[in-house]
Write a protein that binds this ligand. Structure first.
Ligand code: COA
Length: 132
């Protein structure tokens, strides 16, 4: 999987149980997925169509770093589907563990918000690089 970004769990991200608020994590996954999709498709005009099931397997605590990774699963005419993984990283133990993962789909849109083609040449390049 390709490294996308790191988020630091701050006091303001904590929910009522002392763990990272789930909605904050969803927002981080969406932001990371959208930025990776935009990078791959060479455009800022990628919109989130779908986020699949997210199961929060491990709690994230204040001060944990959350490292987000992505992998291309499918490239269609206007859409790209990515597997997005969020791992918590503890600097003191050097341990990186999966917190959650999900499949997300992004669509390339035009100025009116309608789907447009990613393009065959770029699609082949994305798939070629995903395999290497
Ligand atoms: C994304 C959006 C532009 C797509 O428009 P649409 O009219 O549904 O588009 P289409 O039916 O032509 O589908 C576009 C692509 O999405 C794919 N798609 C549609 N529904 C899908 C689904 N349930 N699961 C996976 N892919 C899906 C289609 O297969 C197509 O992919 P392809 O071109 O690679 O073959 C439109 O749904 C939209 O604006 N949604 C709101 C997005 C948004 O605001 N997101 C922010 C979060 S609220």
């Amino acid at each position: 999987m390709k490294y996308i970004s790191t988020k630091v769990c701050k006091t303001s991200d904590i929910g009522v149980n002392g763990n990272l608020f789930g909605g904050a994590m969803l927002s981080w996954l969406d932001e990371a997925g959208a930025s990776f999709a935009s990078y791959l498709c060479c455009t800022p005009n990628m919109i989130t169509l779908k986020m699949e099931e997210v199961i929060f397997k491990k709690p994230v605590k204040m001060g944990h770093h959350v490292r987000i990774y992505g992998e291309v699963k499918h490239v269609g005419k206007s859409s790209i589907s990515l597997l997005i993984n969020a791992n918590r990283f503890n600097f003191y133990t050097n341990l990186e563990e999966t917190v959650c993962s999900t499949k997300m789909t992004f669509v390339k849109i035009d100025d009116e918000g309608n789907p447009i083609a990613i393009g065959e040449e770029l699609k082949e390049k994305i798939l070629r690089e995903a395999k290497s």
